[in-house]
Design a protein around this ligand. Structure first.
Ligand SMILES: C[C@H](C(=O)O)C(=O)SCCNC(=O)CCNC(=O)[C@H](O)C(C)(C)COP(=O)(O)OP(=O)(O)OC[C@H]1O[C@@H](n2cnc3c(N)ncnc32)[C@H](O)[C@@H]1OP(=O)(O)O
Length: 563
């Protein structure tokens, strides 16, 4: 018998056995007991099957679809050894109050075993306002640290080994200024720019879709981003120039498929913009990075990460003609889903976070933030932040999951969902292409309305208790024990403003004016903005002043509200 007919025989026997099992075993049982629910679904409402088998994988081409870890299409991970070589970076997002308070928290986290830094900025810093702006009132140091000038940045980074540790900064519209400040502090300390490692979020497209801290319209924003790509390529080559983020898209209520589809579509827009600005894909793509949510549905989430990796590798190779493997590797940070944390029985969140974190590790994350259990109530306390970190350490050192690369590969269910998510995300990218790309799709409100619809369906499922949330719509507590919440001292704002006024009074006004005029000229013309911003911050031009200078040239974006 030929090889081919032997294989045909195998599949025929399998289908027959499957049909027999359904008729003779499954169906009689379903008639007697039924199932717990009428439909079992993924986050997009598509049904999942009860049992997956090899027939779901028929047609899968092991080498082209899975391959080996560290090799194209990277479904199985971006490193050949993954966590056997190096554990993921334990990178806890933190920042509050002023630079000194945040610096103390970073040093505490490092002393407890975090392996990367992650800075949260307050809203005025994110929106390009100094702490003394009327627009900043009541917000200084609230959701992150207040950074106005190089003086704050020096304090924020005090005693942190910038040549050894990597630092992520969650900053978008003002990313160029925060990167400039980081570089300026390193320069002043005599640290070679080539040794600086870190990431700026710098993903303004998702700000228009889901997160909201944009300043300028999309086109000048894209120009700032490509200027950063060019600057980093030449000056700070180990810096990850963007963290293309699905996290907030998911938090806004998207499905897993939309999270991958919209995020990768935004990634395509950055690559296109950089190519249009004359950059070579193989020179900048290796420093693009991603950021995903990790939600409750364990199997779906593991599959999501694998699908995202494979799809991005294919896009980079097939669509953009990338040649270097490093250009095709989707490296990502992940964070457990803030939206799944409950204010009711909040300690149950420790369990949710652990499960989500496990899914992200089994999905091959490069860097991970685990949420603190009290985050539905306020910013984490030192104790809750420590519990979150310990959760990662237990996964890393006690569970054994870090010892086998891509440990769920070959699970029929995981492979089937990986295929399905890749296909669904590919469809969304095709819809973006039909509209004309990410900027046009966002301007037309396409992702926004898709996400709204998904969020509405998810909310209905919760309200109808089709989706059980422990402690919220089932297993409610009669009484809740009070929880001590981390409070921000209102004195922070007063002292921050006082320090800023002192700095402004101490500067050479003529230098400030010269730097601002140079920056405005560069913005009107085609010069890369970054060297101008670095020069400005060194001369104590503040973050708000840099943003105002650019606002005058670029204007401000007004949201297209979609219903
Ligand atoms: C919700 C909230 C809000 O809205 O405000 C937020 O946004 S919070 C958002 C917070 N965001 C973040 O924290 C983003 C964090 N992102 C990142 O850290 C990055 O972008 C990242 C995802 C690429 C991870 O970078 P990383 O430095 O931590 O980790 P990497 O995987 O790059 O590893 C560091 C170096 O070790 C190498 N390396 C790693 N593993 C191995 C291995 N097994 N064998 C050999 N080498 C290895 C890598 O190649 C790299 O070197 P080489 O570089 O030389 O290749």
């Amino acid at each position: 018998m030929s090889e081919e007919s032997r294989e045909e025989e195998f599949w025929a026997a399998l289908h027959e056995a499957d049909a027999r099992w359904r008729d003779e075993v499954l169906q009689p049982l379903l008639e007697r007991f039924g199932e717990r629910r009428e439909r079992f679904v993924r986050s997009d409402g598509e049904e999942v099957e009860a049992v997956y088998g090899p027939h779901h994988q028929r047609g899968q081409d092991f080498l082209n679809d899975l391959g080996f870890p560290g090799s194209y299409p990277f479904t199985r991970g971006v490193q050949p050894t993954m966590y056997r070589g190096r554990l993921w970076t334990m990178r806890q997002y933190a920042g509050f109050g002023d630079a000194a308070q945040s610096n103390e928290r970073y040093r505490y986290l490092l002393s407890q075993g975090t392996t990367g830094l992650s800075v949260a900025f307050d809203l005025p810093t994110q929106m390009g306002y100094d702490s003394d702006s009327p627009r900043a009132r009541g917000e200084v140091g609230k959701v992150g640290v207040a950074i106005d000038s190089i003086a704050d940045m020096e304090v924020l980074l005090d005693q942190l080994p910038l040549d050894k540790i990597s630092t992520s900064m969650t900053i978008n519209a003002t990313a160029s200024t925060l990167l400039a400040l980081y570089v300026a502090v390193a320069d002043a300390r005599g640290i070679d720019r080539g040794k600086l490692r870190g990431t700026i979020q710098n993903d303004v497209l998702k700000e228009y879709i889901a997160r909201g801290t944009y300043i300028y319209p999309p086109r000048p924003s894209m120009r700032i981003i490509t200027d950063i790509f060019g600057f980093c390529q030449a000056e700070v080559p180990k810096w990850n120039t963007v963290s293309i983020s699905g996290y907030h898209i998911r938090e806004a209520g998207s499905t897993a498929v939309q999270e991958v589809g919209f995020t990768l579509a935004n990634g395509i827009a950055y690559v296109e913009a950089a190519q249009a600005a004359g950059l070579d894909v193989d020179e900048f793509a290796g420093r693009l990075s991603f950021f995903f949510n990790v939600h409750n549905n364990f199997i779906e989430e593991v599959a999501k990460f694998r699908a995202a990796r494979r799809l991005w590798a294919r896009i980079m190779k097939e669509r953009f003609g990338a040649k270097k493997e490093s250009s095709m590797r989707l490296r990502f940070h992940s964070q457990t889903a803030g939206s799944t944390l409950t204010a009711q029985q909040p300690q149950v969140n420790i369990v949710r976070v652990a499960m989500q974190a496990l899914a992200s590790v089994m999905g091959g994350t490069q860097s991970l933030h685990t949420n603190s259990w009290d985050e539905a109530l306020g910013l984490p306390t030192e104790a809750s932040a420590l519990m979150a970190l310990r959760t990662q350490q237990v996964i890393a050192h006690e569970t054994g999951v870090a010892d086998i690369v891509d440990p769920l590969a070959g699970s029929y269910a995981v492979e089937a969902l990986t295929d399905a998510i890749e296909e669904g995300a590919r469809d969304y990218i095709a819809r973006y292409d039909a509209i004309g790309g990410a900027v046009q799709a966002i301007e037309a409100g396409f992702p926004q309305s898709e996400i709204q619809e998904a969020a509405y369906q998810a909310q209905l499922a919760q309200e109808r208790s089709e989706q059980v949330i422990v402690g919220v719509n089932r297993y409610k507590a009669e009484e809740e024990a009070p929880v001590a919440i981390h409070q921000i001292d209102p004195e922070v704002e007063r002292s921050q403003v006082a320090r800023l006024r002192e700095l402004k009074a101490s500067r050479a006004a003529s230098e400030v004016e010269r730097c601002r005029a140079g920056l405005a000229n560069a913005a009107r013309g085609g010069d890369n903005l970054m060297p101008h911003i670095v020069e400005a911050v060194v001369h104590k031009v503040t973050l708000g002043e840099v943003a105002d200078t650019l606002r005058e040239v670029f204007g401000e974006y007004v949201e297209n509200v979609v219903f």
